[in-house]
Ligand binder design. Structure first.
Ligand code: HEM
Length: 428
């Protein structure tokens, strides 16, 4: 027999979500003593889940699908239309292979090398000014680095504009008014820019190295219209140039978004001098790895992921009817006291001897990278944060002047209010 699922009161909880931000799901789960509750968001009945057991269910592709699951404002800003996030089954696996094929250790090493060169070039400038806003500077460094790595031409005078557009895509989904429309415009401009680059590659007017991101995406072929018949050999088509642009943006946008984690990493170095000390000679990559994992666990980024029930099923005595929208709380799971002791303490040592597990540390989604929608950029994210942590802690010195370092859990996505001002930067 189904047990009644706890329900939030009132007609709609969208305003409560805006008010409670990252804590919306876990607060209610705690209040109801349940890993699942039902609410209405944007006037649609929605089941919310948290925890490792919930993640295992959520990432079962027989139970959930992604097509049409996200509220319209996400594909219109953050994701784009026709991209990997909204695909299921064989169509998803084929597209995901394209992403996974560029995530080799050599290719990731190349990106990190380029990032370090760009950081060094920026550091030469930082030394000559009184202070910098770290978040902004790192975003430009990342934008230059990812475009060089991907083979996307980017003129020096375009760096700030393109970076601002890529950031606008991430700020838009939870925004109302101008910031939302700014994201819509940024999506249109970015897609036009990258679709033209894809056409140039296909016409032979722009050379893209084989195996690189641009070449891989411009030349990727899959069965037309995602009608997969895996046992036949259907005609394989190039992606429409607009879809190839959407997927290129699925590389450029999130690499630039690592600026948020790097800013949080710098904040954590400042707030935890003992960690900084351990990292100051830059000699132990294991210490940097643990620190990086704790940054990804502790600091808020994406609050949740969304899917739709594919066929009716029961879990924990609760009925999940076909078509129901479901949210899995990522931040809530990364702070779940059943999985993490003192979850609201920043403690990198918790990762000493902690075996890797695909369901507990899920800031970038859970499950299997190839089969599920789990983020294919996870290794890139880890390597870039780790490199930045080493550069900050052992490659330079600086002061952190008085400023508003508070991090609001209501703003999604969030940052330290001051975006981290550093003064008197010098090389070590
Ligand atoms: C998917 C987070 C960096 C590319 C995702 C998902 C999350 C996420 C939560 C959705 C998982 C799901 O739907 O189940 C993050 C965070 C990052 C980051 C917090 C830090 C900045 C990256 C990077 C790349 C990337 C660096 C590429 C280089 C993607 C793509 C998907 C994805 C293509 C869609 C995968 C799919 O639908 O199968 N990411 N990500 N992300 N991410 Fe990331």
């Amino acid at each position: 027999r189904d047990t009644p699922v706890p329900r939030t009161r009132g007609l709609d909880s969208t305003l409560a979500l805006v008010r409670d931000g990252y804590d919306f799901i876990s607060d209610r789960c705690r209040r109801y003593g349940s890993e699942v509750f039902e609410t209405r968001l944007l006037f649609e009945r929605t089941l919310c889940l948290v925890g490792a057991e919930a993640a295992k269910v959520f990432y079962d592709p027989d139970r959930f699908e992604r097509a049409g699951a996200a509220p319209a404002r996400l594909p219109k800003t953050l994701f784009g239309q026709g991209g990997v996030q909204g695909l299921d089954d064989a169509a998803h696996r084929s597209r995901k292979r394209m992403f996974m094929s560029i995530m080799t250790p050599e290719s990731i090493r190349d990106l990190v090398d380029i990032f370090e060169q760009e950081w060094q070039a920026a550091l030469d400038r930082w030394k000559r000014v009184q202070s910098i806003v770290l978040y902004e500077e790192v975003s430009w460094v990342l934008c230059r680095a990812v475009c060089r790595w991907a083979g996307v031409p980017l003129a020096a005078y375009d760096v700030r504009r393109r970076t601002a557009d890529l950031q606008a895509l991430i700020a838009a989904p939870a925004a109302v008014g101008p910031a939302y429309w700014r994201g819509r415009r940024a999506r249109r401009d970015c897609e036009r820019w990258l679709a033209e680059i894809v056409r140039q590659v296909r016409r032979g007017e722009l050379t893209a190295p084989v195996g690189g991101v641009l070449h891989t995406f411009a030349e990727h072929r899959e069965p037309d219209g995602h009608t997969f018949a895996e046992h036949r050999e259907p005609d394989r088509q190039l992606l429409p140039d607009r879809v190839a642009a959407v997927e290129l943006l699925n590389i450029l946008r999130p690499v630039v978004a690592v600026d948020r984690f790097i800013t949080f990493a710098a904040l954590a170095l400042h707030l935890h001098p003992r960690c900084r000390e351990q990292l100051s000679d830059g000699s132990d990559p294991e210490v940097a790895r643990r620190f990086t994992q704790e940054v990804r666990r502790f600091y808020p980024f994406f609050p949740a992921v969304v899917a739709r029930v594919r066929t009716d099923f029961d879990w924990n005595g609760v009925r999940f009817p076909q078509g129901r929208r479901v949210l899995l709380g990522l931040y809530g799971t990364d702070h779940d006291p059943r999985l993490w002791s003192d979850p609201d303490q920043f403690r990198p040592e918790r990762f000493v001897d902690r075996p890797e597990d695909p369901w507990t540390l899920i800031p970038q989604g859970g499950g299997d990278h190839h089969v599920n929608h789990r983020c294919p950029g996870e290794w890139i994210t880890i390597e870039l944060i780790q490199s930045a942590v080493t550069l900050l802690a052992s490659g330079m010195s600086y002061d952190v002047p008085d400023q508003d370092l508070r991090v609001s859990l209501r703003q999604m996505p969030t940052l330290p209010n001051s975006r981290l001002v550093l003064a008197n930067v010098s090389q070590r």
